[in-house]
Design a binder for this molecule. Structure first.
Ligand SMILES: [Ca+2]
Ligand SMILES: [Ca+2]
Length: 249
């Protein structure tokens, strides 16, 4: 009799231990309620950025959709209470962002216009800058800072357009942006589309000055050599009465 009772007690203890083990497994292995289910343990990245050569995850975020799995060509999202992204052949789908292009808005046909651009690439690639004059003229130099050299004589389109193409060596994608450059006729130093007495006066006001002087006005330098002298007077005289070009006013 005693042995039967002892066997029953041993059996009860074993059942209790099995139930405890099962409960412990359920607690460690998953959680659920009416509104969510986490079928397996979830390890969060702590909200920070992490990545490798083949994937990138930026923070963990709460899930607002039903439990499931979604994917595209570049990621697999295995849903849990947090999203975790596993990159598969990570690649960028957005071309470089061209922030700004700095250009002189209006210049003489005898001058060269400085062009510079800034761009960024969310893929972290090296960027190649390609400048293409769409209406004639030439690009001097290469890279993010170049010069545009218009033809020395008109007629000039108004405005000239130069296209910048920026290409990422990681994504292989390119972005384009076009800028306008207005070219005024030689001698039309004040840029009103006619060479007249007003241009003579502007040259006279700055006669003898050179670039860097306190009252320097680059417009008076009709020959674009950094000084206002007899050559500028001569250029205005040669062009006197001419009309055309791209008015800057
Ligand atoms: Ca003028
Ligand atoms: Ca000059």
């Amino acid at each position: 009799m005693n042995s039967r009772i002892q066997r029953r007690r041993k059996l009860s203890v074993m059942i209790c231990l099995m139930l405890m083990a099962l409960c412990t497994r359920l607690y460690a292995g998953g959680q659920s309620s009416t509104n969510f289910q986490i079928p397996t343990d979830v390890v969060s990245g702590g909200g920070g950025d992490s990545g490798s050569a083949n994937y990138s995850t930026s923070h963990t975020t709460g899930q607002s959709t039903a439990i499931g799995e979604s994917s595209s060509a570049n990621f697999t999202n295995q849903a849990g209470f947090w999203y975790t992204f596993y990159g598969v052949g990570f690649s960028c789908e957005t071309g470089p962002a061209i922030g700004s292009i700095n250009v002189e808005g209006c210049l003489s046909e005898l001058c060269k216009s400085d062009l510079s651009a800034s761009a960024s690439d969310e893929c972290g690639g090296n960027l190649t800058y390609t400048w293409t004059p769409l209406n004639g003229g030439a690009i001097i130099g290469s890279g993010a800072v170049v010069q545009f050299d218009p033809p020395d004589a008109g007629p000039h389109p108004c405005p000239y357009q130069v296209q910048l193409t920026v290409t990422s060596d990681v994504s292989g994608l390119s972005s384009n942006q076009t800028v306008d450059i207005r070219i005024k006729m030689a001698g039309d130093v004040n840029g009103d589309g006619v060479v007249n007495l007003m241009d003579k006066l502007l040259v006279r006001q700055h006669f003898g000055q050179s670039a860097g002087d306190p009252n320097w006005d680059v417009r008076a330098d009709a020959t674009c050599d950094g000084v206002v002298n007899l050559m500028d007077k001569l250029k205005v005289r040669q062009q006197f009465g001419q009309t055309g070009g791209c008015a800057c006013q």
